[in-house]
Design a protein around this ligand. Structure first.
Ligand SMILES: NS(=O)(=O)c1cccc(F)c1F
Ligand SMILES: [Zn+2]
Length: 268
């Protein structure tokens, strides 16, 4: 009932999960929601995208703050010197704000976007906002071209990902919701990107409440590799702030209808 959802925080369980978000967050029931299933046969190879290459420039930063949001971990990385532009982003420049990721109870699931119905073991999101047009991240999130999110799939393999390991090594310090710590290592967001830079792009939303329809999505085709052990560590985070232990074993939203949205691809 509404009372139950009202009482509980939104989350990913049957009583407060994606199926009931629209009761509390009307945008979650909109026509440009994310994630979506990427049906590769309908992706149009847009020569326009080929022309305007997607370019990015990030700074390496140390002492970035990592937070347990109760729905996962989030690294706050406001980088005034970073730039994401070109590709589907028109003439505007987008600046990195934060990055986080989504995972599942097992490695058979966990990504938010799926490719021809196939889920990956997880998905990293590098969240940027349009600094050409808007004065703040919060303002940008109220506009259809406000945010640009780079999605990178996780495949499970034998090599642990060194950059992800820098995140994993801090998780014991932020076991509970609301806890945060600084990552001592230097983090270079470029290292999260796959070597192959082909991507799909479409207009969508935040994949968590309030699900604002303000995101230009850019999802890389090539996954990066992490180890099962690294994902196991993600699942040890607690969704609660107190002694109670409710592990964040999954935090992905299932695919939403693409509707009549264009899905374009660029094989960089
Ligand atoms: N999962 S998500 O990348 O769509 C996302 C979630 C929360 C805040 C955001 F700004 C955001 F982009
Ligand atoms: Zn996300």
């Amino acid at each position: 009932t509404r009372a139950r959802v009202m009482a509980a925080e939104w989350g990913y369980s049957p009583t407060n999960g994606p199926d009931v978000w629209a009761r509390l967050f009307p945008q979650a029931g909109g026509a440009r929601q994310s994630p979506v299933d990427i049906c590769t046969s309908i992706a149009s190879s847009d020569s326009n995208l080929e022309m305007k290459k997607l370019t990015f420039a990030y700074e390496s930063q140390s002492d970035l703050r990592i937070l347990n949001t109760g729905h996962g971990w989030k690294v706050e990385a406001p980088q005034s010197g970073s730039r994401l532009e070109g590709g589907p982003l028109g003439e505007d420049i987008y600046q990195l704000e934060q990055f986080h990721c989504h995972w599942g109870e097992t490695s058979a699931e966990g990504s938010e976007h799926t490719v021809d119905g196939r889920a990956y073991a997880g998905e990293l999101h590098l969240v940027h906002w349009n600094t050409t047009k808007y004065q703040s991240f919060a303002e940008a999130a109220q506009h259809p071209d406000g945010l640009a999110v780079l999605g990178v799939f996780f495949d499970v393999g034998n090599e642990s990902n060194d950059e992800i390991e820098k995140i994993v090594s801090t998780l014991s310090e932020i076991k509970f919701k609301g806890q945060f710590t600084d990552i001592p290592d230097v983090i270079d967001p470029t290292t999260f990107l796959p070597s192959g830079l082909g991507y799909w792009t479409y207009l969508g939303s935040l994949t968590t409440p309030p699900c604002n329809e303000c995101v230009i999505w850019i999802v890389y085709k090539e996954p990066i590799t992490v180890t099962e052990e690294q994902l196991v560590q993600f699942r040890c985070l607690s969704a609660c702030s107190g002694e109670a232990e409710e592990f964040i074993v999954k935090n992905y939203r299932p695919p939403q209808p693409l509707g009549n949205r264009a899905l374009r691809e660029c094989n960089a």
